[in-house]
Design a protein around this ligand. Structure first.
Ligand code: ZN
Length: 308
């Protein structure tokens, strides 16, 4: 009897182990990593494997139709800084409303319709916004988490001319696909490459450098952020390009975009290991991604100080 029970216990423990190890990937995701420690070999396997067993890109309606199953470790998701990040978190293929890694931004700090963020980033932002408020500075998040499909809509609206870029319909004014992609990439990411997929990055107060350069309130807010945001873990990833910052590639300056480094740094390290150009498909103009090398030039084209 005793041996029987012990064997049964061992068998149960053995069966439960993979679920426990898969803590950070939150549920049994076929795109998830196969090991906690990434070696080049396991990274290749992780990148190549799901192509045979799962769709290479998020299904167009996947987020709405298939909310992730409740994870085994919902109460205590592993800290991303010590575990492998599942691919779905890197490319925004998740539903934040049912994912334990995400939380809703409190209404008092919302200034837009994107209401979700990585729970650690939201917590840090709230601390920062409370301290800012007590010193007379109002911080509001005007954009936060965006899914692959959210970004696809933004990108394709610009690609097809539904959204004007610089007052123009790009489908007519820039017929060359690479040139058109580069024009959109001045301020918008390709689906699958945005830091907004991670929930770690927030656009604060206004999506407009003019507000920060030319209004009294905007200038005060920006100066406060430059002085204090790093205390809370935040960094301006898209600073002015040039000798002053040492940033040579990527999006144009965005004084509104701030990133929570304790999580985002780890995601950025994981990104080029797990996301290859075969993942960046399923949207208009996707074939230009490799040619432009958006992973090297845009995903990694952030302010050098945000990498130190
Ligand atoms: Zn942004």
């Amino acid at each position: 009897m005793k041996i029987g029970r012990s064997l049964a216990f061992t068998a149960l423990t053995f069966m439960a182990l993979p679920a426990m190890l898969a803590g950070c990937s939150a549920n049994a995701d076929p795109d998830g990593p196969k090991a906690d420690i990434v070696t080049p070999a396991s990274a290749d396997a992780a990148a190549a494997g799901p192509q045979e067993t799962a769709p290479a890109q998020p299904p167009a309606d996947g987020l709405a139709v298939e909310p992730p199953a409740p994870p085994a470790s919902a109460e205590e998701p592993a800290q991303p800084a010590t575990s492998h990040v599942a691919l779905k978190y890197l490319i925004g293929d998740i539903d934040p409303a049912s994912d334990p890694m995400f939380t809703r931004i409190p209404d008092k700090y919302l200034g837009g319709s994107r209401v979700w963020g990585h729970k650690d980033a939201v917590e840090a932002f709230v601390r920062m916004a409370e301290d800012a408020a007590s010193n007379g500075y109002k911080l509001k998040i005007v954009s936060a988490f965006r899914s692959f499909n959210d970004q696809k809509k933004i990108w394709e609206d610009k690609w097809t001319g539904r959204t004007l870029v610089g007052g123009k319909k790009l489908n007519a004014s820039v017929p060359d696909p690479k040139a058109r992609a580069l024009k959109i990439l001045e301020f918008s990411s390709m689906p699958g490459t945005s830091r907004h997929h991670w929930g770690t990055d927030f656009d604060i107060n206004a999506l407009d450098n003019n507000y920060f350069n030319n209004t009294r309130e905007g200038k005060r807010i920006y100066d406060w952020l430059v002085q204090h945001a790093s205390t809370y873990g935040f960094c301006q990833t898209y600073t002015k390009k040039g000798d002053e910052t040492g940033r040579t590639t990527g999006y144009e300056e965005e004084k509104w975009h701030w990133s929570y480094r304790p999580v985002a740094d780890w995601y950025l390290k994981q990104y080029p290991i797990d996301v290859g150009y075969e993942r960046l498909t399923g949207f208009e103009g996707a074939t230009t991604a490799k040619d432009i090398d958006v992973i090297a030039n845009y995903v990694q084209g952030i302010d050098p100080e945000c990498k130190q």
